[in-house]
Write a protein that binds this ligand. Sequence first.
Ligand code: BGC
Length: 791
Amino acid sequence: MTPTPAAVEFRRRKRALTRRDIAPRAKGGSIAVNLSRLQPVSLPSYRIEMAGSLRTNDGAEDADRIAEVVEALTLEEKVRLVHGTYPDWGAPKAGAAGYLPPIDRLDIPALRFEDGPLGVKSTGGTAFPASLALSAAFDVDLAEEFGEAIGSEARESGVDVILAPACNLVRVPTCGRNFEYYGEDPFHSARVTAATVRGIQSRDVVATPKHYVANTQEHERVSVSAEVDERTLRERYLPAFEAAVEDGDAGAVMAAYNRVNGTYATEHRKLLTDVLKDEFEFEGPVVSDWWAVQNGPDAARAGLDLEMPGVGAIDWAAMLDDRLQLLRFVETVWPETVPGPEEAAAWLFENKGGPGGDASPHRSSFARTLPRELDRDGFAEDRLDEMVERVLTLHERVGALDGQRRSVAGPPPTHRELAKRIATSGAVLLKNAAETLPLDREAAVAVIGPHIDEAKTGGGGSSAVRATESVSPIEGIRARSTGRVVAERGHPPIETSPPFGRKVPSLGRIASAWTSPIEDARSAAGDADVAVLVVQDDAAEGRDRDSLSLPGRQDALISAVADIAERTIVVLQTAGPVEMPWIDSVDAVLELWYPGQEAGTAIASLLYGETDPGGRLPVTFAAADEYPAASAERYPGVDGPRDYPEAKHDEGVFVGYRHVDEYGIEPLFPFGHGLSYAAFEYDDFDVSFDETGPSVTVTVENAGERRGRDVVQLYVRDRDASVPRPPRELAGFEAISLGAGETRTIDVGVDERAFAVYETEQGEWVTEGGEFALDVGRSSRNIRATAAVER
Ligand code: BGC
């Protein structure tokens, strides 16, 4: 694959840095780089003028040090470094999803791996909003700031490798992990992913973009094969990983559970070695998802470098003798899964140690098989050495290769203000009839919903961060309102799905006095000026949602309240799209995804207009049967000739809005949609060219009466395509905040890639000559200006 010109230029300049540009920093062996040498690359999509330290992991000294270590390692030590083991339970910060043991003899310390995409788990750090909220902000600077925050929290709590960002493309609207991902557009998702990676790694912590690749569903995730043609892989499912490596310099990549075209992602030579390592020039280790290695030798030959967690099922079961340890493990890795060790034991036995678990009494497939595989079928010690070298780049990146590893310094910082800012910047105002919002602070409000006294911090599974402090919706509203506030649940608690299994009743703070019937909610709404309904869905890793309906009788609750209330506002806390049968009977709808620990503060600040809802939809909201994956062959897949289901991705490149646009479907809310309390007008639209390609300028005026946040979106249309191409594809975006009456001219560059298609035969990106339209708008269906360009 041909890297973009800016990426090539960035790499060239990075390599050209001389020792003079690199000054040793005080701590941990990191290196500060004179970034002025990198700044002249000017494409807006490549923010190489990044702040903070940039490790020169291609420095000759580091490579020498790694080579020295490999030389000094025994075979047994090499094998120890390519798979995880038991966490070091004795250490003060024991909780971690994965643990790589030390080699004390050579002063190589242990490494800790921890989830994940919504914050650093088990460290007492911040429970951030869902990744979809971050992506809805359409703001690469914010994504980088988020990365820096979780990087600092990880670093301060002794975590070396963060198992994030999760950057699978949203294809199946009910996928249980959509809230962990960055949406349905590959260009946008790639930019947010790369920025998050840069942020994390600026704190000398390694990021692990995951799950490579085409992990588009949770149903049968450890056996399903994503059947997907090469053009679609290149244009849809690979770009986020490509950007994570080429623009983000990701230090690790996690290989997924699923198969791709019949071969496990962990054993896929073409994807791991040819594409990721050779084409994208990824220099770190490919890490397996937890228990995703099916066949150690095949995986090692194909390009997998590190098996995680490296501990088999029976080992976990043996831990039953130490209930405290088992409970700690279960609490750490899957907090919502099971209430106690007995249940945990049953679960572990049933699942043989984890999804795709290896029931062997030995710890790791690599440990068991690699020594005996040496010199067989092309598996030479050279390959083992390469695996170890790649693993040691993790140590090198966190400053652990020279015995100077940092010490763990007390409780990690928290980032409450940032968590709130992400929640508000990513909140999408879907509907606002007759300017119902923002609310007057004196209004009498009935706050209604099954979990109004809990902050919705995320979905179930490995990304669940247990918040140490949080603000619930009712607390947030009470703190802001100067009028009467009445609270009613109106609905029993929503059951929460544990990952991989059956539903259990929510363990949230449920007081029986709170469970009030719909009638109580209606009467509270009838007595108030406005009803604010806070509703939510239920999503978790390991299982997909059954439908796009809100669970329980929440739809009925909304309709019943809307029927009586003077004005009705629905606050959604969902993992992605939901159907809204009540949409015409409510006045306003505000989507907050999973807003994180500052939920209440964010909701109140939006309702009362202290902050403009800044988000735009990174996923299309449509009826379940209007998505491309609406047939059993496409999702969840049907059994093929072999013993696993195949999910045919034969909608090809027509995923998300590209599908509804192509087939003329009117979605409930289109990709890119989001209203504002301000009023934006676009003027002076112009296109110019320089050596990097076209760029578009547009003047945006806030003609409203309050500060607002807008996201200018640029779409490309190929008017003369000879191959099937979506009617419109996102090619640029820029988030801006403007005060009332303020005007700003913005400039959005278009990468050549936006015009190109991936030609499978030639194995490269090709721009067909002809006319293209550049559309500037406020959503994929709200275009304000168009220009034609020739390529
Ligand atoms: C998930 C990964 C996660 C890992 C460790 C797996 O089940 O798929 O995303 O990082 O567990 O918790």
